[in-house]
Design a protein around this ligand. Structure first.
Ligand code: NDP
Length: 438
């Protein structure tokens, strides 16, 4: 860790993500010295390639603007680089390296042949017109296109990159490369996208929570649920919880959270989707419309519920919030977002022995269906929604089984953090060993 921190200074999120994996692997590596001899850990923390580039664009007033673009090509041992693009003003090298690193393990867990990558920009789509977003995306892709390809590196969406942005990015790629290919996932349905891709991360996380609950004879039906965020992952998390008979009490954005004691039913969810995806407004407007509580500048974790599904961003649950969740009767935390719990919060969940599903296992449904989108693109045919959803469900069950295999302790408690880290590591490490000094 000391070496890593010295080599990658001022990247606390990256240090945090690596530290968690190193802790999980400590014992396992002592039992399997071949990985130590091959210096797999030292190699796996070193990105295969990093691309940083200038993204100039002109706003609606004719003013020149400039942002920074990145693509981290982390590991291609088991397949081409695969991982989302994030457009958010907080984006920097450390955050993208943490996301790319987690992606390597997550993609390995899905059972599909995908390496790990991540990218994005400090561009803030909030408050920008469609025209400005398009100009930015076109400029971003004008540089990125030379580094990606259907068999090389296949980006997708993440925070700030949804269907609109993927459309503009794909259009520019096609224009420059002169080929119609599966170079991005999350595409529109009539131009190469897969059914269930928008739903996949949220649905997958709920399937994962369901598997964890099953191990204790519990079910989502009748349970109260806290969800944070109100973007892609949060929206389809609510949809699936509703389908399974649970009640979602909260949603949030970076300004605050709403609390609806009657639950966010499908009708209200439709409004949230309109508010966030079309009107691009703030979650406070939900509180105004339905006359419920809105807490400005706060996160929802002090509310009482049995399940928490964080679906906004990294480090959004700290130690005190974790303690509050548990003391308020929360029995299951399953992460739709990447690394939403701080290390101290995770310690609370594990100490108290509640069901805790880390993002790299619980939210792998998104990239899994991206993998299925790639398969359909290669075959040039489309599966039905039922077919894709069935495969997604099976993949989430398989990830759960892998976590249990590698994470079950002597007292029968499943530490899903260890399970996901070791389970994800083995496949990539074995591939790296087989491929020699790569
Ligand atoms: P969206 O951009 O659709 O939504 C993000 C949501 O989180 C918004 O409500 C946003 O609020 C909120 N948010 C973003 N940054 C912050 C912040 N710093 N503090 C508080 N709230 C914040 O993104 P997604 O739903 O796609 O992604 C959510 C999480 O899920 C991320 O951690 C992402 O990495 C992870 N994830 C996404 C996958 C996918 O398929 N999309 C796959 C796997 C993981 P506001 O509008 O105010 O910014």
């Amino acid at each position: 860790m000391a070496e890593l921190i010295a080599k990658n200074p001022a990247e606390p999120e990256y240090h945090q993500a690596v530290h968690e994996v190193v802790e999980s692997l400590d014992h396992f590596l002592s039992e399997h010295p071949k990985y130590k001899h091959a210096r797999i850990l030292e190699r796996i923390v070193e990105p295969e390639r990093i691309i940083i580039f200038r993204v100039p664009w002109v706003d609606d007033k004719g003013m020149m603007r400039v942002n920074r673009g990145y693509r981290i090509e982390m590991n291609s041992a088991i397949g081409p680089y695969k991982g989302g693009l994030r457009f958010h003003p907080t984006v920097n090298m450390g955050i993208l390296k943490f996301l790319a690193f987690e992606q390597v393990f997550k993609n390995s867990l899905t059972t599909l042949p995908m390496g790990g990558g991540k990218g994005g920009s400090d561009f803030d789509p909030k408050g920008k017109s469609d025209n400005e977003v398009m100009h930015f995306c076109q400029s971003f892709m004008t540089e990125l296109h030379r580094h990606i390809g259907a068999n090389t590196d296949i980006p997708a969406g993440d925070i700030g990159v949804g269907g609109r942005e993927i459309g503009y990015l794909f259009g520019q790629y096609k224009r420059i490369a002169n080929e119609f290919t599966g170079v991005l996932t999350g595409k529109g349905l009539n131009w190469g996208g897969s059914l269930i891709r928008p739903e996949a991360t949220g649905y997958g996380n709920v399937y994962f929570a369901q598997e964890m609950l099953k191990t204790r004879g519990e079910d989502i039906k009748g349970k109260t649920v806290l969800v944070s965020g109100s973007g892609n992952v949060a929206q389809f998390t609510v949809e699936k919880v509703n389908q399974l008979g649970g009640k979602v009490l909260t949603l949030s954005d970076s300004s605050g959270y709403i609390y609806d004691p009657d639950g966010i039913d499908n009708e209200k969810l439709k409004y949230v989707m309109y508010l966030k995806n079309n009107k691009r407004g703030r979650i406070k407007e939900y509180a105004d419309k339905y006359g419920v509580k809105y807490e400005e500048g706060k996160r929802p974790w002090a509310e009482k519920a049995q399940i928490a599904l964080p679906s906004a961003t990294q480090n959004e649950i700290n130690k005190e919030e974790a303690q509050l969740l548990v003391s308020n009767g929360c029995i299951c935390v399953s992460e739709g977002a990447n690394m939403p719990s701080t290390p101290e919060a995770i310690e609370v969940f594990l100490d108290k022995g509640i069901l805790y599903g880390p993002g790299k296992a619980a939210n792998a449904g998104g990239v899994a269906v991206s993998g299925l989108e790639m398969t359909q693109n290669s075959m040039r045919l489309n599966w039905t929604a039922e077919e894709v959803d069935k495969r997604l469900h099976l993949i989430m069950q398989s990830i759960h089984a892998t976590c249990c295999k590698y994470g079950r302790k002597s007292d029968d408690y499943v530490n899903y953090v260890d399970g996901a880290n070791i389970g994800g590591f083995v496949k990539v490490a074995d591939a790296m060993m087989a491929q020699g000094a790569v």
